[in-house]
Design a protein around this ligand. Structure first.
Ligand SMILES: Cc1cc2nc3c(=O)[nH]c(=O)nc-3n(C[C@H](O)[C@H](O)[C@H](O)COP(=O)(O)OP(=O)(O)OC[C@H]3O[C@@H](n4cnc5c(N)ncnc54)[C@H](O)[C@@H]3O)c2cc1C
Length: 416
């Protein structure tokens, strides 16, 4: 029987960052992953390390802005290797994000961040220094020091810090023994494909953390807990791709009043093409649309948001994904990371990728009291076990198949 201090369920950014935090604090912790690391939200994230401006566009400080305001500094230190976890090998898509809109951007944004006490605030870019795609933009363009990271390389970097603490498992072939709601006594985990007798892990954890994103609903049920604690907020994301010379790399937000009309982040696919992910309002609007309709809608939006962009050589597709968070009244986004404690079980959602360090510190603080690092006793050494280990999930543009020519999709919608 293995008796680790902590078993974490779920190897997205929340679970992996927490695993590292716990090991650094001296806990004996392992992580169980049901699929590929980051499947669901983390691999699909746009990777922006928000500093709060996005949540302050209405002109006042919000709980969301305050919760996230320290995060760009924490991430910058990790990405530069000045602080643990050392994320020096993570790909940074961009050191900054652009912000642009119509005429009033300059007057509002120039002072907004500073007035609200945010750590990162926008600076205006003089017309001669704008990126080509925004040269003809009639309004002002600003830049903000919010880094944009590549989630696949982040997941790989965090996983590589503790490869022998990661276990692939099948939730269906796992038995839970409980002493009451949320009081987990023992987990019996059958090998994912080896059915020989003895191919079972027996784990008696001192505490359990559910960090499986939308998988937390099912896991809470297995732990004898109420499932209504979680909400899903759906998105229908568009991806646009084109040859590097035709689609420039760009990370930024087109701001419309108090919200982001479109958030663009870019990456490079294995064939060397630029791929844009389109989030913001366009992905919220897309939830009620089919793929072709959404691509046509996104084409119209792009034509307005970036009039200088030639859409003719571009292709697009889409994917659906749910944001999984602690339930709130009215289904609004929680202001910051969330944590529930029941018995020896903690359920955790970071709400934003940027908040993973804050969530890990908060959960580890609770576990330092709940299950302080034990003196190693007579226990199976899980790390030494020969067991399948999970791989990192593939980015959505590597698995998508149904790419449509953007102009053809737009034309067919007009004809319809
Ligand atoms: C399209 C999109 C764009 C986003 N962009 C940003 C952004 O730019 N900046 C930002 O800060 N935030 C962003 N977010 C939010 C951010 O991605 C999430 O808050 C964060 O990734 C959630 O991480 P997680 O580890 O909790 O969950 P997930 O990333 O969903 O990971 C859950 C993990 O648990 C595993 N799992 C599922 N069920 C089980 C089970 N039963 N047992 C064990 N394992 C299980 C999954 O396979 C997965 O590995 C974005 C979200 C989306 C959807």
């Amino acid at each position: 029987m293995a008796r680790p201090d902590v078993v974490i369920f779920g190897g997205g950014v929340a679970g992996l960052w927490l695993l590292d935090e716990l090991v650094r604090r001296g806990h004996d912790a392992v992580l169980l992953e049901a699929s590929r690391l980051g499947s669901g939200q983390s691999i699909a994230a746009q990777g922006i390390i928000h500093g709060g401006l996005k949540y302050s566009l209405a002109g006042s400080t919000t709980g969301s802005a305050l919760g996230v305001k320290q995060m760009p500094g924490v991430w910058a230190d990790c990405l530069a290797g000045r602080r643990d976890p050392d994320l020096g090998d993570v790909t940074v898509r961009s050191q900054t994000c652009l912000l642009w809109r119509g005429k009033s951007l300059g007057s509002r944004l120039g002072f907004l961040g500073a007035r609200l006490g945010l750590e990162v605030t926008p600076r205006m870019i003089p017309p001669g220094e704008r990126p080509d795609v925004l040269v003809d933009h009639s309004g002002s363009v600003a830049v903000i020091d919010e880094q944009v990271i590549d989630p696949a390389s982040l997941l790989a970097s965090l996983a590589a810090r503790h490869p022998h603490r990661l276990f692939l498992y099948d939730p269906v072939h796992t038995d839970w023994r409980l002493a009451g709601p949320g009081q987990v006594v023992e987990l019996r985990i059958r090998h994912p494909w080896d059915s020989l007798p003895g191919a079972t892990l027996q784990i008696a954890p001192r505490s359990v953390v559910l960090a499986a994103g939308s998988g937390n609903a099912m896991l809470r049920e297995r732990a004898g807990l109420a499932t209504g604690a979680m909400q899903r907020r759906p998105l229908h994301m568009v991806m646009v791709r084109g040859e590097a010379g035709r689609l420039p790399e760009l990370c930024g937000h087109q701001v419309d009043g108090a919200h982001t009309r479109m958030t663009i982040t870019s990456s490079v696919d294995p064939a060397g093409r630029t791929v844009w992910q389109l989030g913001g309002q366009v992905a919220e609007d897309g939830v009620s649309m089919g793929r072709r309709e959404l691509v046509a809608h996104a084409a119209r939006e792009l034509a307005e948001v970036l009039p200088g962009l030639d859409l003719a050589p571009l292709e697009a597709t889409s994917f659906r994904v749910d944001r999984a968070e602690a339930a709130t009244e009215g289904g609004r986004r929680p202001e910051t990371q969330s944590l529930l404690i029941d018995g020896n079980t903690i359920t955790a959602w970071p709400t934003k990728l940027a908040l993973a360090p804050a969530l890990a510190a908060q959960v580890a603080g609770v576990l330092d009291r709940m299950a302080p690092p034990a003196v190693p006793g007579v226990s199976v050494d899980l790390e030494a076990i020969d067991w399948p280990r999970p791989e990192v999930a593939q980015p959505p543009w590597e698995t998508a198949t149904d790419w449509l020519p953007v102009m053809a999709a737009a034309a067919s919608r007009q004809a319809a």
